[in-house]
Design a protein around this ligand. Structure first.
Ligand code: AMP
Length: 459
């Protein structure tokens, strides 16, 4: 069996791995680390939860330590691009953990927080920079950052980047990178468009692939219940009352749906929080911390907000609504049964969602066990407590997701895709100014179904 010692990693890295109690490398690490140590480009088909972060950061840190030199002012030696702030923060934390016995500097930049501190952080140059694409370009435009000294470039969760409309940003960033560099490209799925994007970044890459789908799915007990859409909330309350839940992630398709579920739970005196792209950075961080620390047992999330989040001890995943893309289901239920733990996934299937569930069962080659409705369910539905009223300021920015996506596709500096809330490059106030300015409410334009575009896989 391969161990971490077999890779010949720098002693300071091995110390950090021992401190983290990592003994056996995961399959993606076994496949990726040796070619990366040789300086090869890599195309990795893997999702979060497979250990891919260590897979790319350990050999990169090894390279930075083996060829030590100070980063140039306003430059970085390794650039990691991630689609969301949460994932960027998580990757940066992993790099700090793996590099804790070294002097390497790690910085994170993403939208939704003031830019000035980030400009200051970058002024002397950093070894490892983890960034979301929009804010990275803002910093470059403000001459606070240059990419001509990047030695290692990592593009993480490429399929999600495409889903979120980052393609133009990525093309721009690609042009700013030096031609001599090592490239690492990761995506959970590899449809034609993503493979084409990979070709633009990679040179003679080694391709590695881990398919957690089957293995993840095997460890999870899957259940499904047929229920009318309007009765799902009552079913959720029944399950929360009857199941032994340590932590449950509840997935809805829309941001408003997530808020509605939380308000209904609050009406019944059940504590929960929502996490989605319309929440401010501090609300998202607060919700995640409360969930991690066990202050709240229920976190209601949309797919994009939840992807990449690594929280251990999730005992249940509840699909309040069924995703129309089977891979999304695998991503969702993969939040439970981490690190060998057992998990339970429960799907609420409304009549119009049955075809989605059939697709899911075909792709995962698994079948969810039917779970009957509780005996006194009709009564539960009738007695469902009223939801609490939404607060006047929910933190929602009242933006039309379609509009955001269109702007992103046009490559405008206007509203940015989810996960990117940097200031507008056209000079209008962006999220940095959010606290000081009240936004005018803009009615949603046919918001029902608008979310679908946000999770739909391209190709
Ligand atoms: P990732 O897919 O990179 O987000 O990693 C998923 C989780 O697995 C993280 O909590 C890592 O800290 C953990 N992890 C990664 N590699 C290993 C390993 N070789 N042994 C134990 N845990 C690991």
């Amino acid at each position: 069996m391969t161990t971490f010692n077999d890779f010949g990693l720098h002693a300071d890295i091995n110390r950090a791995l021992a401190a983290k109690d990592y003994t056996v490398p995961t399959p993606i690490q076994v496949q990726a680390i040796p070619p990366l140590m040789k300086g090869r480009d890599l195309c990795g088909i893997a999702q979060t939860g497979t250990g891919k972060t260590a897979g790319f950061s350990l050999p990169s840190i090894h390279h930075l330590l083996t060829y030590p030199h100070r980063p140039t002012p306003r430059g970085c030696r390794m650039l990691v691009l991630a689609p969301t702030r949460e994932l960027a923060a998580q990757i940066a934390q992993s790099c700090r953990d793996y590099g804790r016995f070294t002097k390497l500097s790690v910085s994170t930049v993403f939208g939704g927080v003031p830019i000035n501190k980030q400009i200051r952080d970058l002024s002397g140059g950093v070894d490892i920079l983890v960034a979301t694409p929009g804010r990275l370009l803002d910093l470059i435009d403000q001459r606070a950052l240059r990419l001509d000294d990047v030695e290692i470039f990592v593009l993480d969760e490429a399929d999600q980047m495409m889903d979120m409309g980052f393609i133009h940003s990525l093309r721009r960033i690609a042009k700013l990178l030096p031609s001599r560099r090592q490239n690492l490209f990761f995506s959970a799925t590899m449809p034609k468009e993503i493979a084409h994007l990979a070709e633009q970044f990679l040179e003679d890459p080694v391709t590695v692939s881990v398919t957690p789908a089957a293995t993840t799915v095997e460890k999870i007990s899957q259940y499904s219940t047929f229920v009318e859409q309007k009765e799902k909330q009552a079913l959720l309350h029944a399950i929360v009352a009857s199941e032994d839940i340590d932590r449950a992630l509840i997935f809805t398709r829309t941001k408003h749906g997530a808020d509605r579920v939380v308000r209904h739970l609050a009406g019944a005196g059940i504590k929960a929080m929502a996490i989605h792209g319309n929440k401010s950075q501090s609300q998202r961080t607060h919700a995640l911390q409360a969930f991690r620390s066990g202050d709240i047992k229920l976190l209601v999330a949309t797919d994009i907000a939840a992807r990449g989040i690594d929280v251990s001890g999730v005992s249940h995943v509840i699909n309040f609504e069924i995703p129309n893309v089977p891979e999304q289901y695998v991503h969702r239920i993969g939040r439970t049964a981490r690190a060998g733990a057992e998990g339970k996934a429960i799907s609420f299937i409304a009549p119009d969602e049955r075809p989605y569930m059939r697709d899911i069962e075909r792709v995962t080659r698994s079948k969810a066990e039917p779970m009957p409705l509780p005996e006194n369910f009709n009564e539960m539905v009738r007695n469902l407590p009223k939801p609490v009223q939404p607060p006047r300021d929910t933190g929602s920015k009242g933006r039309d997701p379609n509009r955001q996506r269109q702007d992103a596709h046009r490559g405008r500096g206007g509203a940015k895709p989810q996960g990117e809330r940097g200031p507008r490059r056209d000079g209008a106030a962006g999220e940095g100014a959010e606290g000081q300015r009240k936004r005018r409410f803009r009615p949603r334009n046919k918001s029902v179904g608008a979310h679908k575009g946000a999770v739909k896989r391209v190709g």
